[in-house]
Design a protein around this ligand. Structure first.
Ligand SMILES: [Zn+2]
Length: 451
């Protein structure tokens, strides 16, 4: 923890707090782990000063669903579908991962998030094939310095058996590794839900999460399954504000209404869903119901894991969907919809609610936790800066992320990660990747790019 308060001075402050708005030039004062003030010409006499000239100062972005353990498989499945990924690549590689490999992958994935200005991730972890693998995954994200929900899932190889309940060793993990559960890394359940478990099993899994007092993240309503998962969860009586839905490609209007009434949240990953052939984004249906979802990268094996890509990907897909009837009528639309402001909301406030921390993170508001990022907009790809939010969404990229604070601590400064030894992180990841593919090759699996 910093001894002195921090004053981030003279940046374009994109607070995402409606009562503060956007300041073309302003300051953010941080005391300990908390935002103490946002405004103009704040007193910094007692502070460590961070010069934010030429920067956007904004809340840390939030990734609502990331299979972090797949980071060492980065870009291996960009040319593939979900069916191909889980048909061949995952069984061949995940089955030979050691706890050390899982540690390396999770550490890299969480550091990757921080480096890109994402201060909170939901680590959707189903490489939980042994207690040692699970602990290694937890250690990996803990060593990164990121704010993480460790969403514990059933081991990947068991997902085809709908009769299996969520592993009960989750209770031991909570007792031993998450006592108090108020640190940077907290525990959630990555539930299989009705797509991957019977209804009575699903009900017991949800009850189990509630016995432990942990929130639930669940994939629902993807094409190729029974559908109406949210409806069935409603009929079971298990919806609640501790439940967040992922994907939701076939989700109906009625299901969205039921989920909203119960206080549930949504995380959109439409860019990944289209890339992997999972389904169409739920974005438009959510917007029609007034929902501001969180957004997510999902698997590093297919797509970039920064929110700049996710925001632009979702925007492009949504406009393509909306404009298609007009294009088909041999015309051009007269006006656009979906704005940069909406996309930033998804990456910040929407994400905060969807990861059960709406009152703690997601905006630069006095009293909230100091998860803050500075995005350099004095670069060739961003100048001259006109509209601040548009610059962020349409021009900036992760290479512009200059400084990142989590819990009031500086983890990245002047473009360089400080919370970890990056060379070590990369070395471990390379070694894990080599080990996994060498072992997989002994079992007869050699992906095309290694032949
Ligand atoms: Zn997922």
């Amino acid at each position: 923890m910093n001894d002195r308060p921090i004053l981030i001075r003279g940046g374009a402050v994109l607070s995402m707090d409606p009562s503060i708005g956007t300041l073309s030039r302003g300051d953010v004062r941080i005391e300990g782990s908390v935002i103490a003030g946002v405004g103009s010409h704040l007193n910094g006499a007692d502070c460590e000063i961070i010069d934010a000239q030429g920067m956007i100062v904004m809340p840390g972005m939030i990734d609502g669903h990331k299979h972090t353990w797949q980071t060492i498989f980065r870009s291996t499945c960009g040319d593939d579908t979900l069916a191909g990924f889980f048909g061949e690549a995952v069984p061949a590689t995940a089955s030979v991962m050691t706890p050390d490999d899982v540690y390396a992958s999770n550490l890299l994935g969480a550091v990757d998030a921080l480096d890109a200005g994402i201060t909170t991730i939901v680590d959707w972890c189903h490489i939980t094939v042994s207690p040692m693998h699970t602990r290694a995954a937890v250690e990996g994200v803990k060593d990164s310095g990121a704010r993480v929900w460790f969403a514990h899932g059933a081991p990947q190889p068991t997902w085809s058996d709908k009769t299996l309940e969520h592993p009960r060793d989750l209770a031991a993990l909570q007792r031993e590794d998450f006592a108090g559960d108020d640190g940077l890394v907290r525990l959630a359940m990555a539930a299989r839900g009705p797509m991957f478990a019977n209804l009575d099993v699903t009900k017991r899994d949800f009850e189990f999460a509630r016995e432990l007092g942990i929130p639930i993240s669940v994939h629902v309503d993807m094409p190729g399954y029974d559908g109406e998962d949210v409806l069935r969860l409603h009929e079971m009586g298990v919806l609640g504000p501790d439940v967040t839905f992922l994907h939701g490609n076939t989700i109906t209007d009625r299901e969205i209404s039921l989920a909203i009434d119960a206080g549930c949240s949504f995380v959109d990953s439409g860019q990944l869903d289209v890339m992997m052939g999972i389904g169409s984004p739920m974005t438009e249906r959510l917007l029609r119901h007034g929902v501001k979802p969180g957004i997510s990268a999902d698997t590093p094996a297919t797509n970039p894991t920064d929110m700049f890509w996710v925001m632009r990907g979702l925007m492009l897909l949504e406009r393509a969907r909306a404009f298609k009837p007009t294009f088909d009528a041999n015309a051009q639309p007269e006006k656009s919809h979906m704005t940069a402001h909406q996309m930033v909301e998804f990456a910040t406030m929407g994400g905060a609610k969807a990861v059960w921390l709406g009152d703690r993170i997601g905006s630069l508001s006095p009293g909230k936790i100091a998860d803050v990022i500075l995005v350099r907009v004095s670069d060739i790809n961003t100048r001259p800066v006109n509209d601040i939010e548009s610059t962020l969404v349409y021009c900036a990229h992760r290479g512009n992320v200059d400084t990142v604070l989590v819990n009031g601590n500086i983890v990245k400064r002047s473009g360089r990660m400080e919370s970890v030894d990056v060379d070590r992180v990369l070395r471990l990841a390379d070694a894990a990747r080599d080990r996994v593919y060498e072992q997989a090759a002994k079992n007869g699996y050699v992906p095309e790019w290694r032949r």
